[in-house]
Structures are given as structure tokens and as C-alpha cells.
Design a protein around this ligand. Structure first.
Ligand code: NAI
Length: 501
């Protein structure tokens, strides 16, 4: 597996000067496309030393439920850079996703997916599109904090943090700066989720000001995704949170016609992993017909990341020239457009023979002007004055009328707290609810200080009052399923109003 110059470098003891990269061939077509990619990296003079690790199927078979042996993990922890082939996910329960394990353990907060059209060699309706989607990778609804609370209701917590927003947004602007991009567009739904997506938007506006040379723009995700699908050439770098990014990064790859050709990076402050976006393609494994382009592009991103931009450009331009020459693997081969159908290994040889050449029609890769590595400043926490002003108590209550519940809770005298409102699925149903509102068995009951006056703002309360209220509710046989404290931060409300409140 080790290529000749790497073996030579190791024999000469020169590998200390090379960047150590943990290399996982992966499963299915993984070994074939990794072999092709490493040969190209080697021929282009990439300065790195691969540290081969076994991950995926074999590790799962040996009983490692995360798909990683301790030895492999040890190598990853030392190298902190991984070039990874696709992994076959085993069927059945009890297996953890290898990608999620690596991403979470190394805190790889940014998923970066550059996609550009290769028209007319790979057909797309959008010649010239060239978009990079930068997706937050660790937070949002993907934190996986879910609960069933009543017969009828389950919930999933959406967590958005300031350090998380600052890191990903700054990374997007730094990426734009380093790689000579002109515009960063933020996509969110902060017209509805005013606190969570609102924070992301606020941080975007703050950080955008630090990069006056880069155009910035925010769009609501629904119309943004629709426009992106209809006019991708209007976009450059897009930064967004986890769920939206998951969806739009696939839209972008699909409309460029290049799902099988795109690479992606998962980047953290101290570690990064590079891979193709496609899977292990078991249907064509071992047939020497897989397209290695996705992994080649991932390796180009890796070289950019470690500052070997000149080599990255050399490989990318040779790859573009090979695509242009019509030398295509079967997945993209088209009679009339392609010149010759080539195998995985022939494709690699054709790329190698074009190292130093540039494409004539497709846009030239020119990362050299960039500085490659992106450095982010340490996050500094700013503490605000936090004041408790109320509590939302969630009840599992099987009664039919919100008026009954409202009257009962209003009558329940408790330690200088009063019921302000009740909502069901976020809609106010007491006081002055609408008879038409459908109600389930999950009621959010908001209590605030007894002397709350809407014209004066929220008086502060003590947590003991909340504890006493919960005891009283429990003593009166209410099924309390959870509470959320209501806080003000430096006098600014840290909670949303109920719809109709
Ligand atoms: P897939 O991407 O492996 O294959 C979908 C189709 O595209 C197949 O017809 C395949 O032959 C073709 N294809 C994929 N890559 C190709 C390439 N480089 N050259 C030519 N044709 C290619 O997706 P599928 O079949 O859904 O998943 C197969 C396995 O891969 C599953 O176990 C899945 O969990 C895993 N997977 C792993 C990923 C990773 O490690 N990052 C990502 C996606 C899937």
C-alpha cells in the first residue's frame, strides 16, 4: 500500500519532516480509490507520511462497536489529521457511527463541502456554479437530546451556543479570506426561532463587521434553499447550522451533478478529517471501476488545510485536465462527450501524467494565493447579570378544557407566584384561548411574580419559590414533567413569548 517515495522517505529517516496523516482505506471501493489517491499525492510531491489504520467493517467484526480499535484511535489522536475512505455501516442495532464518534471526540465543528460544476463534462443545469457549504457540525437538533414526556408528546432539544456560533461563522469568513472568496451568506429561520437562530444571526452580523472586504448576506432558510436550487450561481460561501446545512449541502452536490465527485472536510481547532461524500459502493467494489475523484478532491482539501496549497493546486488542475480530456470512469462516461472509459487505476495514471498541466475550459484551481491554514482565536466568555423572573412548568394533564386547568392553577396560591398563561404546543390557550385550538396532553404553564405588571416588566423571584410551587403541584396530584426557568440577562428577556401571549 505504501507508495515508493513514502517508503524511501521512511527508509531515509525523513518522515519526521513530513506531516503524519492517519489513513483509513475504508470498505467496499475504499481500498481502490485510496490507492489511486495516494499514488497521485505521492507523484505530486505532497509532503506527508501516511499512518495506516484499520477502521470500519473489520473493526466492527472484532467487536469494536464504534468501528475503531484502540490502536487506530491512538494513531488518530497522535496525528489529528485523517484521510478516510468510505465505511460500510453494519446492519442491525448496537453499532455506533464511526463518523459521529470521530467528529464528536475530536470536536470537528465545521463540515466544509466545496462543490463546483464540471459542465459540459458532467452535465448540470448550472454551468459555472461554485459553492462552498460550511455547516456547523456539533450542535442544533443533532445533539440527540430527546425525551418522551406524555402519551402523546416527544421532544428534541435544539441547542445553539455562542461559542459554537462564533467558531463556525468566523471559520466561514476566514475560509472566504484565505481562499479568495467574495461573499458569505448565512441561512436561518430566525423569524420563527428568535432565540436560537436569532443568536446565530446576531453573531453572524457581529463577525461580518470584522470582514468589510467580504460581502455578507442573510436569508431565511426556506427561500434561501429554494433560490439556491434555482440560481446556485448567486452563491459563494454559505454558513449555516447543522440541520439546514445537512439538507442544503446535499442539494448543492445534487444540482452540480457531482455527488460522486465531491470531497468534504470535518474541521476542528486541532484536528481534521477528509473524505469523499459518497459511500462504499459495495455493488462495484473490487472491480477497478470506481471513480476516485471524491477522495482526490478530499485530499486536495487536506493539502490546502495543511498549507501545501501549491501541491493541492497541481493535483486539482491535473484532475480538471483529465476530466476535460474526456477520460472518464464508467459512472460519468457518456458516449459522444467522453473520449475513453477508464478504470480507477488508469484514471489515477492519467491524472499523474497531467501533473503540471492546467485545464483549458474548466476554471483553474488557484489556492496558492491563499495561506492555507486557518487560525481561529480562543473563545472568551462574557458573563451577563442573570435574573430569575419566572418558571414554565410543563404538565401531563388529561383534562379537556384549558379553562378548567387555568382556573385550578390560578386558585392554587403559592409563595407569591401567579399563573400568567398556559400554552399547548406553543399556542396560548389560557386566558382568552381560542375554542378551535387543538390541545394535546402537554401543557406549558407560565408562572411569574405575583406583582408582575405588563407595563413594569418582570420582577425577580427566588428559586425557593419555584421549588415550593413544584411541591404544591405535586401535593395536588399534578404530573410535572419538566420545568424551564425564565431568566433575564442584563435585563433582556431570555425566553420567547407564547404565540398569542
Ligand atoms: P453509495 O454512495 O455507496 O452508492 C450509491 C450509488 O453510487 C451506487 O450505485 C454506487 O455504485 C455509486 N457510487 C458511489 N460512489 C461511487 C464512486 N466513487 N464511483 C462510482 N460509483 C459510485 O451509497 P449507498 O449504497 O447508500 O451506501 C453504501 C454503504 O456506504 C452503506 O453501508 C452506507 O452506510 C455507507 N456510506 C458511508 C459513508 C461514509 O463513510 N462517509 C457515506 C455514505 C454512505
Amino acid at each position: 500500500m505504501k507508495s515508493q517515495s513514502i517508503l524511501n522517505a521512511e527508509r531515509n529517516g525523513a518522515t519526521d519532516e513530513l506531516v503524519k496523516i492517519a489513513v483509513a482505506e475504508g470498505n467496499g471501493i475504499g481500498p481502490e480509490i485510496m490507492d489511486a489517491t495516494l499514488k497521485i499525492l505521492d507523484a505530486a510531491g505532497a509532503k506527508f507520511s501516511p499512518q495506516f489504520i484499520q477502521v470500519g467493517e473489520e473493526a466492527y467484526r472484532q467487536g469494536h462497536t464504534s468501528g475503531l480499535s484502540e490502536e487506530a484511535w491512538d494513531t488518530i489522536s497522535k496525528c489529528k489529521l485523517i484521510l478516510k475512505g468510505p465505511i460500510t455501516t453494519p446492519q442491525g442495532k448496537g453499532y455506533k457511527s464511526l463518523n459521529v464518534t470521530i467528529r464528536k471526540s475530536l470536536s470537528l465543528f465545521a463540515n466544509v463541502r466545496p462543490v463546483n460544476a464540471l459542465h459540459p463534462f458532467v452535465p448540470t443545469k448550472f454551468p459555472g456554479m461554485d459553492v462552498v457549504v460550511i455547516r456547523e457540525n456539533e450542535e442544533d437538533l443533532y445533539a440527540g437530546i430527546e425525551h418522551r414526556q406524555t402519551d402523546e408528546v416527544v421532544q428534541c432539544l435544539k441547542l445553539i451556543t455562542r461559542p459554537g456560533c462564533e467558531r463556525i461563522i468566523r471559520y466561514a469568513f476566514e475560509y472566504a479570506k484565505v481562499y479568495g472568496r467574495k461573499k458569505v451568506t448565512c441561512m436561518l429561520k430566525d423569524n420563527i426561532m428568535k432565540l436560537t437562530d436569532g443568536l446565530f444571526h446576531q453573531v453572524f452580523d457581529e463577525i461580518a463587521k470584522e470582514y468589510p472586504q467580504i460581502e455578507s448576506d442573510s436569508q431565511i432558510i426556506d427561500i434561501g434553499a429554494a433560490r439556491l436550487a434555482a440560481r446556485p450561481n448567486d452563491y459563494d460561501v454559505i454558513v449555516t447550522s447543522n440541520l439546514y446545512g445537512d439538507i442544503i449541502s446535499d442539494i448543492v452536490a445534487e444540482i452540480a451533478g457531482s455527488v460522486g465527485m465531491a470531497g468534504s472536510a470535518n474541521v476542528g481547532m486541532n484536528a481534521a478529517m477528509f473524505e469523499a461524500i459518497h459511500g462504499s459502493a459495495p455493488d462495484i467494489a473490487g472491480k477497478n471501476m470506481a471513480n476516485p475523484s471524491g477522495l482526490i478532491n478530499a485530499a486536495v482539501m487536506m493539502l490546502g488545510h495543511i498549507g501545501q496549497t501549491e501541491t493541492a493546486d497541481k493535483i486539482k488542475n491535473a484532475w480538471l485536465a483529465t476530466i476535460e480530456a474526456g477520460l472518464h470512469t464508467p459512472d460519468i462516461y457518456k458516449e459522444g462527450m467522453s473520449k475513453r472509459k477508464v478504470s480507477t487505476s488508469e484514471f489515477a495514471e492519467e491524472v499523474i501524467s497531467r501533473l503540471g498541466k492546467t485545464p483549458e475550459k474548466l476554471p483553474l484551481s488557484n489556492l496558492v494565493s491563499g495561506q492555507g491554514h486557518i487560525n481561529l482565536p480562543e473563545y472568551k466568555r462574557k458573563e451577563a447579570t442573570k435574573t430569575l423572573v419566572g418558571v414554565d412548568v410543563f404538565l401531563d394533564w388529561k383534562g379537556a378544557s384549558p379553562q378548567d386547568l387555568g382556573r385550578e392553577l390560578t386558585a392554587l396560591k403559592s409563595y407569591k407566584l401567579k399563573l400568567k398563561m398556559i400554552t399547548n404546543r406553543g399556542v396560548k390557550v389560557y386566558p382568552d384561548g381560542n375554542k378551535e385550538t387543538f390541545c394535546t396532553d402537554h401543557w406549558r404553564c407560565r408562572f411569574v411574580a405575583e406583582d408582575f405588571d405588563p407595563h413594569q416588566g418582570y420582577p425577580s423571584i427566588d428559586f425557593e419559590q419555584v421549588v415550593a410551587l413544584l411541591s404544591k403541584l405535586n401535593a395536588n396530584n399534578y404530573d410535572v414533567i419538566k420545568t424551564e426557568n425564565l431568566y433575564e440577562f442584563d435585563g433582556v428577556k431570555g425566553f420567547s413569548l407564547g404565540q398569542g401571549e
